[in-house]
Design a binder for this molecule. Structure first.
Ligand code: PMP
Length: 304
């Protein structure tokens, strides 16, 4: 296979990768007026399967609703297009899937009401976001965007300029990634990940009032941790808890479960991946590969 997959789904057609182009006057290019998703497909024993496809589709349409973006396709049509795209590209290895819906009008007028939109889906082989067993992060000097400005719960393209600032700061300071605080100075989330802490038998994650994206992996983790008998808490988290918890880890469709070994130059726990994160990481890996019976309903088979 070539370095990139052969097709991109674009407004109902399977377009050659080279031909999937947009005009420079496209509204979304100037103003970030679009919404997107990021999800994955994994090989299972007998098929490739998309992990939590309906949940990602629902969030996609919820994000579109916030910005009054019209989509010419139904959730069922987009889900079928995703599966057909994976088949046309003959994908069988771990794959990252990126649906995007954006304001496609050519023009600079900010009123997007009723504007034409384009829907695209990209599917490309993808193994790991962080190619190491654990990472170092800083607490960013940039605060997470607030509900009252651009709601973080909607996965809008423009939101990611906030993540980019934090990511740039992290890489300039020599960290792998950053954790952002919300406008009240409480822990919010990573640049593209939700954050979890372990304190004794408690597994903790910032609540939805802490300017987080309502991550699908976050939800998966809450269910897995609960089923494993941990005491799961969604609550406000103070910055200093990042330094004093037994374990801290990121979760996300791209990051999967990534232990954080150091925050602001302070070792988390022993400075090695913790036992809880390790257990949850393994269970997550088995879950997405269809090896855990009780979670198999989260998988949508591709080739059947
Ligand atoms: N927070 C942000 C800002 C993200 O971009 C992502 C990735 N979509 C997440 C959290 C994790 O969400 P999910 O588990 O649904 O991928």
């Amino acid at each position: 296979m070539s370095a990139h997959p052969e097709y991109i789904w674009m407004n109902g057609d399977f377009v050659k990768w080279e031909d999937a182009k947009v005009h420079v006057m496209t509204h979304a290019l100037h103003y970030g007026t679009g919404v997107f998703e990021g999800l994955r497909a994994y090989p299972t024993k007998d098929d490739l399967a998309v992990f939590r496809l309906p949940e990602h589709t629902k969030r996609f349409f919820d994000s579109a609703k916030v910005y009054l973006l019209k989509c010419a396709y139904t959730p069922a049509q987009l889900e079928e297009a995703t599966l057909e795209l994976l088949r046309r590209n003959k994908l069988h290895s771990p794959t990252y899937i990126r649906p995007l819906l954006y304001v496609a009008k050519l023009g600079l007028d900010l009123d997007t009401f009723g504007s034409p939109t384009s829907a695209i889906i990209i599917a490309s082989p993808f193994e790991r976001l962080f190619a190491k067993p654990g990472i170092s992060v800083c607490v960013s000097s940039w605060r997470r965007i607030h509900e009252s400005a651009t709601p973080p719960i909607a996965k809008a393209c423009g939101n990611y300029i906030n993540s980019t600032l934090a990511k740039l700061e992290a890489s300039q300071k020599g960290f792998d990634d950053a954790i952002l605080l919300d406008q009240n100075g409480l822990v919010s989330e990573g640049t593209g990940e939700n954050v979890f802490l372990v304190r004794g038998k408690k597994v903790i994650t910032p609540d939805l009032a802490s300017s987080v994206l309502e991550g699908v992996t976050r939800d998966t983790m809450i269910q897995i941790a609960d089923d494993e008998g941990f005491d799961v808490e969604e609550r406000e988290v103070n910055r200093v808890e990042l330094y004093t918890s037994d374990e801290v880890f990121f979760v996300g469709s791209a990051a999967e479960v990534t232990p954080i070994l150091e925050v602001d130059g302070r070792k988390v726990g022993s400075g090695q991946p913790g036992l809880v994160a390790e257990k949850i990481r393994q269970l997550y890996g088995q879950t997405v590969r269809g090896e855990v019976e009780r979670y198999r309903h989260w998988l949508t088979r591709v080739y059947r």
